[in-house]
Design a protein around this ligand. Sequence first.
Ligand SMILES: *Cc1c(COP(=O)(O)O)cnc(C)c1O
Length: 237
Amino acid sequence: MSEVTDTVRENLTVIRRRILSACERSGRNPKGVDILAVSKFHPPTAIAAAAQLGLTRFGESRVQEAKAKIPQCPTGLEWHLIGHLQSNKARDALKLFQLIQSVDSLALARELQKQAEKLAQPLRVLLEVNVSGEGSKFGWVADHLLATIQEFRALHRLEIQGLMTMAPFTTNPETVRPVFRHLRELRDRCAERIGAPLPILSMGMSGDLEIAIEEGATLVRVGTALFGERPTFERVG
Ligand SMILES: *Cc1c(COP(=O)(O)O)cnc(C)c1O
């Protein structure tokens, strides 16, 4: 076994334990919480190690990086796009990713619909919400999403499976609890409006996954806690 595998295995054990205790505290079934391994900036060797340990869902934030990396990774993995997507890369994204978590505008959704139509394939998506309303962030403002969600019905190639959010960065994870709670409440209201269940709540990262689970997360996006610090400087945007 390589050193990467040993590190990832130990990290995964810790993450699973954290998920279990959060589920116990909140009376949830651990089977209802999946891990998305956020592999951005990490090499295919790290991804292969995680895949070997049974992880199947991987998250990347840039189309360009994913395009270069995915062909070097084990096959049969499920790839999620978690970073902002420009409409002119929609076609590439559709070919690389099985689920796009970062649908943050109707214009982007329409472009994805158009490309999915051309390729005659369905596309699973999540709608990214900017719950805290920070200006620096992508994502729907809650009221705007509620007012717009009906429009998605016409985009029949898109399967909207739920909502995603990124909590504001903070050193005190408790301050993010209301953000996660709001996302869950918004999901319930959106589901009611479109008459579909929207089962996925993608929220919680390395630092705050327990709180996200306590507030209903079904998919936690874990990078640093699984793979360690990202090896290269992370560009913003
Ligand atoms: C990078 C990233 C993560 C992972 O963050 P960690 O703190 O390393 O776990 C999760 N979600 C999104 C959208 C990201 O860009």
